[in-house]
Ligand binder design. Structure first.
Ligand SMILES: C[S@@+](CC[C@H](N)C(=O)[O-])C[C@H]1O[C@@H](n2cnc3c(N)ncnc32)[C@H](O)[C@@H]1O
Length: 247
């Protein structure tokens, strides 16, 4: 039996950055990423996206809903030898990226900046850090991890529309809406997760994606793009889009 997609407000989203329960939940998320193999999933996808690129200019990467930036930092450390010049923007509506994290990016050879902004405002506006002289320059890659599942309906459509217009390549790694993932989400207490994480893990799976749902939602059903949607590991669902003719 298929699980219907339901998007519920996650507790963490309503807690202040400095709330101890929120801070603990963000630490839980790092452990969950290790258990879910998120960094490896991301690395595999990004290496493929980059392999096709011939441009020698720095790679401009935007992460949406980047949290504290720690997941991408692990990716940066692993990718730095192959992608030495990366300009990364970490967008989140909360100010979660600290100086030490930005410094660690610099040590890995990447230039990282944090942008505190609501993604729906980013999607609806014409201001983007890549607007140069009134002209929108596209991002080389936009990435979203455990992020798209926060949205549905018109908001999700607007977000995907803005991503489609503003990037050459897009990769999302989301919770897989499946019974095994749901069972796993009920067990996150076993790795010591707090009440916020335990509740949000279940909500995330119920709001996750499966099959070709993101392909169906991608503007114009992917005309002009090469799209690939797939299951990864035990709990993740990925969507990868590459603009045809992107270098
Ligand atoms: C589940 S966390 C994922 C964080 C990070 N991507 C990771 O995988 O570790 C979702 C993040 O999205 C951010 N977020 C939620 N709604 C947002 C919005 N409307 N605009 C920008 N960020 C948002 C939250 O602040 C949070 O940091």
């Amino acid at each position: 039996m298929k699980m219907k997609r339901t998007v519920g407000a996650e507790t963490l989203d309503d807690l202040a950055e400095t709330d101890p329960a929120a801070q603990r939940s963000r630490r839980d998320m790092r452990r969950l990423h290790r258990a879910m193999g998120t960094r490896t999933i991301l690395l595999r996808a990004l290496r493929k996206l980059a392999a096709a690129r011939q441009d020698a200019a720095p790679l401009r990467v935007l992460e949406l809903g980047a949290g504290d930036g720690s997941l991408m930092l692990g990716v940066a450390r692993a990718l730095a030898p192959a992608w030495p010049r990366v300009e990364l923007t970490l967008l989140d509506r909360q100010a979660l990226v600290d100086r030490a994290t930005l410094q660690s990016y610099a040590e890995a050879g990447w230039t990282a900046v944090a942008e505190v902004r609501d993604v729906l405002e980013w999607a609806s506006g014409t201001t983007d850090s890549l607007v140069k002289g009134g002209v929108m320059v596209r991002w080389d890659v936009i990435v979203a991890n455990l992020f798209l599942h926060h949205f549905e309906g018109a908001q999700l459509a607007a977000l995907l529309g803005a991503i489609d217009a503003r990037t050459e390549q897009f990769f999302a790694c989301e919770p897989r809406r499946a019974w095994l993932a749901l069972a796993g989400s009920h067990l996150v207490g076993a790795i010591g997760a707090n009440a916020v994480t335990r509740e949000d893990a279940v909500l995330s799976v119920r709001a996750g994606f499966r099959g070709n749902e993101l392909t169906a939602l991608w503007p114009a059903h992917g005309v002009g793009w090469h799209v690939h949607e797939y299951s990864a590991g035990l709990f993740s669902h990925c969507f990868c889009a590459r603009r045809l003719g992107a270098n």
